[in-house]
Design a protein around this ligand. Structure first.
Ligand SMILES: Nc1ncnc2c1ncn2[C@@H]1O[C@H](COP(=O)(O)OP(=O)(O)O)[C@@H](O)[C@H]1O
Ligand SMILES: [Mg+2]
Length: 260
């Protein structure tokens, strides 16, 4: 158990992408501390370095310079195998485009991270998979493939997959970018629920209305943090959903307006 209040501490992190002789300065000296159990939003225009920062925080990539302590462990200079091991234990990823295997059913998709790890010894793999699939409300869909599901359901599968190794941190890079506003709110409700259960959530968006579901927002521009905002009263997704019409309600009210 990590007794440190800080789960992430990065100092003066830079990332330079080199393409032939061209250099892109994607991150220009980022300092950031994230508390264990925080829900943090990262906002910024396209190209500001949000995904680059997420990839480094999630151990998909290492910085060009600067330090990164993840649960007090220096992860800024690890090789690919070491990074993969940390990633598998500590982080779960959710992407805008879901990134599911299309030829594999829901169970197979959620099982994937367990194949790379040793799995949980105390409980059977099958129980674990059904538990996370149930937790995102997809129990009836386990035998279906991603293309038989709606966008919102696909993102729930991706969340279940991110949860199966019980990571401390969930990184979500524009997870609602391909969803309508009600479905996006449903996904935010899941993240808020996971955060209440103690998960640290890092959430990238360029919509302020979504960013305000978190307790803190940092603003990124040209690879640098330009501001920070504490949200005293974050938007409660569950409450907001109660005020939003469901698709069936919309169709019903359309029906009522048709006079026979
Ligand atoms: N793999 C890469 N190779 C070269 N340049 C990249 C790569 N990934 C991102 N970039 C560049 O780095 C900058 C930041 O990109 P990114 O982190 O994807 O921003 P955002 O997610 O905020 O849109 C952009 O100028 C982008 O073109
Ligand atoms: Mg991006």
């Amino acid at each position: 158990m990590n007794m440190n209040k800080k789960i992430i501490e990065i100092k003066n992190v830079t990332k330079i992408y080199k393409i032939d002789s061209l250099k892109v300065n994607a991150l220009n000296g980022i300092d950031l501390e994230i508390d264990n159990g925080e829900f943090l939003s990262i906002m910024g225009p396209s190209g500001s370095g949000k995904s680059t920062l997420m990839n480094i925080l999630g151990c998909l990539d290492i910085p060009t310079s600067g330090s990164y302590l993840l649960e007090d462990e220096d992860v800024s200079k690890l090789n690919d195998n070491q990074l993969a091991e940390i990633r598998n234990k500590k982080v779960g990823f959710v992407f805008q485009t879901f990134n599911l295997l299309s030829r594999t059913n829901i169970t197979g998709n959620v099982e994937l991270p367990l194949i790379y790890s040793k799995g949980k010894k105390s409980r059977s793999r099958k129980d674990l998979i059904s538990e996370v699939i149930n937790s995102v409300g997809l129990a009836e869909w386990v035998r279906h493939r991603p293309n038989e599901l709606s966008g919102g359901q696909r993102q729930r599968v991706a969340i279940a997959r991110a949860l199966v190794n019980d990571p401390a941190i969930i990184l979500a890079d524009e997870p609602t970018g391909n969803l309508d506003s009600r479905t996006g709110e449903e996904i935010m409700a899941i993240f808020q629920s996971l955060n209440r259960q103690g998960k640290t959530i890092l959430f990238v968006t360029h919509e302020i209305d979504l960013a305000k579901h978190a307790g803190r927002i940092i603003y990124l521009k040209d690879g640098a943090i330009t501001g920070e905002e504490i949200i005293k009263d974050p938007i409660d997704a569950q409450k907001r959903l109660e005020d939003m019409p469901k698709l069936e309600d919309k169709i019903n009210s359309l029906g009522e307006n048709i006079s026979l």
